[in-house]
Write a protein that binds this ligand. Structure first.
Ligand code: ATP
Length: 359
């Protein structure tokens, strides 16, 4: 699915979050990344983020004619800011075509792991130097307040979202925080009540309900009906209303070592929807997460785990408070819906074969 190499020599904006992961991103830049980019003759400028939303503000106002690629040395959270900053620009249509690169510096690094066979910093840096660009799906997320976000990774509610956010207090131990968080949440396993509906991927027609917010012309969500109306008739309503987790994946990896949706590709135009219904035992849930490390959780024969491919979904929690995450970042809690926009952004990744230019 490779569409073109980045023009070379090119100017690269490298955004580093000094707080990401175990706070080693600057050291990674000084130790590895700077040398690789210099050796590959890639002119670049370092921007160190000073606060939340700094990267979002930077790319929203940047003169993008100066930059041929935006590279994030951080976790998925910083890329989430960059994607949304680009989509908030007047010239969003052109801006979102700027190739994006990710060098793993966070504790999750799911996109870096999804787009690379060997998800080491070095292999990501190597890809960046090769400059192969492929398409990346963006998922439009509508929150009940009317806010709209663009996601490239995941939407989570229940167990996974709780672990992600509750384990932030253990940030100092890096990716181990997810294991610790999982064990703690398993010990006090909860049931989450809500309604789930989705448009199956195989549905040919696609909903013809009125599209959203005529005022917002960015990537119109033609599959979604307004939240206060019922979902369109060709959607599937999930009978169960008691869940342990609902997880919509847009990439293969939920974390560096969690292959949640083995078949997912960056631009497959699909939402890989997983949900686990109430009644699952702690031991089985733990087994599922262990199997997810090798992407074999669907082979466990667990009747509580359901997997569907979708193009859009709606989730309506029945509780008024809780945790919901988009790309691992906490978002406002409440009814939410999502629709995939195939290949709307561009990613520097390993999924190009063969290389379009001689090495
Ligand atoms: N200088 C900073 N100080 C504090 N927070 C920052 C700073 N720069 C960025 N942030 C915020 O830190 C949050 C986490 O960043 P990021 O996701 O990149 O790292 P991570 O959480 O370690 O990685 P992952 O998302 O893969 O777990 C983001 O919401 C981002 O806005």
């Amino acid at each position: 699915n490779c569409i073109s190499p980045v023009r070379r020599p090119c100017g690269v904006m490298v955004l580093v979050n000094p707080q990401s992961g175990r706070g080693q991103a600057i050291a990674l830049y000084n130790g590895h990344v700077q040398r690789m980019l210099t050796e590959a003759d890639i002119p670049h400028t370092l921007f160190i983020t000073e606060r939340q939303n700094h990267a979002r503000d930077l790319v929203r106002s940047a003169d993008l004619t100066q930059w041929d690629a935006l590279v994030i040395l951080s976790g998925d959270g910083l890329l989430f800011e960059v994607v949304n900053g680009l989509m908030e620009r007047q010239d969003w249509e052109k801006a979102i075509q700027t190739p994006l690169g990710i060098l793993p510096g966070g504790s999750g690094n799911a996109l870096a792991a999804s787009s690379n066979k060997n998800h080491l910093l070095t292999s990501c840096g190597f890809l960046l130097c090769k400059g192969l660009v492929s398409k990346l799906d963006l998922i439009s997320i509508r929150l009940s307040s009317g806010a709209r976000l663009f996601s490239f990774l995941s939407l989570a509610w229940g167990f996974v979202a709780d672990v992600d956010i509750e384990s932030e207090q253990f940030r100092q131990i890096g990716a181990l925080r997810f294991i610790l968080g999982t064990l703690l949440r398993l010990a006090s396993l909860r049931i989450y009540q809500g309604k789930l509906a989705f448009l199956p991927a195989e549905s040919e027609r696609g909903s013809d309900s009125a599209s959203f917010s005529p005022a917002d012309s960015r990537l119109p969500d033609h599959l979604l009906a307004p939240l206060e109306q019922p979902v369109p008739q060709d959607w599937t309503l999930v009978e169960e209303q008691e869940f342990v987790l609902v997880l919509a994946m847009f990439q293969s990896h939920l974390g560096e070592d969690l292959l949640a949706a083995p078949d997912a590709r960056a631009d497959d135009g699909l939402i890989h929807l997983f949900y686990v219904t109430a009644g699952i035992s702690r031991a089985t849930l733990l087994r599922l997460f262990r199997a997810m490390q090798t992407g074999t959780h669907l082979d466990c024969g667990c009747a509580h785990l359901v997997y569907r491919r979708a193009r859009a979904l709606r989730l309506e929690p029945l509780s008024t408070a809780g945790i919901m995450t988009v790309d691992g970042e906490r978002v406002e809690y409440g009814p939410v819906q999502a629709q995939v926009h195939k290949g709307a952004a561009r990613l520097i990744s390993a999924c190009c074969s063969p290389p379009p230019f001689p090495e």
